[in-house]
Ligand binder design. Structure first.
Ligand code: PGA
Length: 265
């Protein structure tokens, strides 16, 4: 089964609307003519409208970094799926370790961790809401360093998959993308060894095959994320079970991100 590679840039809390528009403009210059790779940028919410205007008619698609699952209501500070749809967003990251409050490199005061209180249940509610509006979820899973050292990597990832997808059926999930992001590799410069990243992405695909069907598992894109850069992207993206990357820091420079996109060819 051949899957179209996908490279998504997660800008996190970087780039104003003007900076984001300038970044995508530079990016186009470097990836025109690159087909066969799906390219997504995930700007902060406020930059989405301007970036949307800029990418119209190009191969670059828009992703959001988060969403709230309710349709509307008294939810101060949150953004609904319908609001993303109106802005031309087609993908949305769900369950990123930073929204789960599981930080690798960043120091965040213990008392503020409740602010990042994503759980497997909120992940599932968000995935359901996205699917109901035809958006593709990018479900992030991954272990912390302590979990890896305790030999709990595979169990953690399986628990995150089971919790995030529980009760959602295969037909609804056809747009699902899964990103394996070891928390200890995010923003730290430490990439997971290629063989280990491939093993885990293969394990994710096997889990999907057991929970759903092998046909379904074969068509789901599984990405690797965590300190992806142009120097390691090609080797990672050419593993049998790695279909591209979710890229943070290296997506903030047009030439670096363009090189990563081309590495998926
Ligand atoms: P990084 O982030 O590439 O800066 O490590 C990846 C991510 O958090 O998606």
């Amino acid at each position: 089964m051949s899957r179209t590679p996908l490279v998504a840039g997660n800008w996190k809390m970087n780039n104003t609307a003007a900076q984001g528009a300038a970044l995508v403009e530079q990016l186009f210059g470097q990836i025109t003519g690159v087909s066969d790779v799906e390219v997504i940028v995930c700007p902060p919410y406020l930059a989405i409208p301007k970036v949307h205007d800029q990418i119209r008619g190009t191969q670059v698609q828009l992703g959001a970094q988060n969403v709230f699952w309710k349709e509307s209501g008294a939810f101060t500070g949150f953004v609904s799926v319908a609001m993303l749809v109106e802005m031309g967003v087609t993908y949305c990251i769900v369950g990123h370790s930073e929204t789960r409050g599981r930080f690798g490199a960043l120091e965040v005061p213990e008392s503020t961790l409740g602010y990042f209180a994503e759980t497997d249940e909120t992940v599932r509610l968000k995935i359901e809401a996205l699917l109901a509006h035809g958006l593709a979820p990018i479900l992030c899973v991954g272990e912390t360093l302590a979990e890896r050292e305790a030999g709990r990597t595979d169990a953690m990832i399986e628990a995150q998959l089971a919790g995030g997808l529980m009760g959602i059926d295969e037909v609804e999930l056809h747009k699902l993308v899964v990103a394996y992001e070891p928390v200890w590799a995010i923003g730290t410069g430490k990439t997971c060894e290629t063989a280990e990243a491939e093993r885990i992405c293969g394990m994710i695909r096997e889990w999907l095959g057991r929970a759903y069907s092998t046909e379904f598992a074969d068509q789901v894109r599984v990405l690797y994320g965590g300190s992806v850069k142009s120097s390691n992207a090609r080797e990672l993206f050419h593993q049998p079970n790695i279909d591209g990357g979710l890229v943070g820091g290296a997506s903030l420079k047009a030439d670096e991100f363009a090189a990563i996109v081309k590495a998926a060819l």
